[in-house]
Ligand binder design. Sequence first.
Ligand code: SAM
Length: 321
Amino acid sequence: MIVDVLGRRFRNLRVSLTAACNYACTYCVPDGKRLQAAAMELSSDEMVKAIRLLIESAGIEKLRITGGEPLLSPKFDEVLPRVMDLGLDDVSLTTNGQLLPRKAELIKASGLERINVSLDTLDADRFRAIARSGDLATVLQGIELMLDAGLRVKVNMVPIKTANVDQVLPMLEYCLDRRIELRFIELMNMGYLKHDNAYTRDFFGMEEILELIGSSYEYARTDAPFDSTSVRYEIPGRGVFGIIANESEPFCASCTRLRLSSNGYLYGCLSNTARHDIKDVLAMPDDLARKELQGRLLNALGDKQTASFTGETTVMKFIGG
Ligand code: SAM
């Protein structure tokens, strides 16, 4: 097992099935742009082999399938059941939910137990203004189908000062009513936001979120797993919510995440553009591939920041958050 001087190792793998997305969220892509699939995306076989080898070589225990938008990928229907057979206890999926009603049966049949749905508002017009596509009612229907199927659902919301801060309390109430854990993701200074004043204008951080919630609810900080990115709070008698406080409470020092892009690159850190091509490894027999991966994993681990996001940030579409 590869461990660095801070005791960090890769435990948690996030796989981007495709870089393509059916949304064009204002904080993810500039106006008029849309995320396209990467050139030369891995095939289903390559993707499953990469995941299996990374489980064996890096000691991965948790896997998240993400994107782009994973449900948009033609590989999704084949990759999900095959990944569920790899023997991991903890597999989850992050999706914008737009295609959930269409994929609900397949997801149910796969045995997946956890799903995260990204949703920034409960207002249909605002939804279209932020996602610049899609339909709110379809996402809400998808969430109900997942709850009915017995999956544990979390909802991810990015509070944006000029767009949806008045939705923080309605979103929290919607989630508490359904025993869904709502997680607020602090806006990350990534991609095109790095070169745009929208980041400073729109950042709505942990302190502001807690102050807003405190105006209507009593809450107390509660335990979270040691390598969790989310700070968790309990509202007694109602449920829990979390804040992924990338800026306010950086979690780099305990980060165990490894990312695999849809075109076969490993990324050790969101705050680092360094990437490690493993496509050649996927053509090797298993023994040799595992040996070869050790060097790439060591390099990827060395890409991690020590305390906070201080490096060049890569673009979310490549690596799925
Ligand atoms: N399409 C899938 C989805 O919507 O969940 C997976 C990929 S998306 C990049 C993963 C998450 O990253 C979403 O919850 C999205 O809101 C979030 N995200 C994208 N850009 C972000 C940014 N600049 N800051 C914070 N979160 C961001």
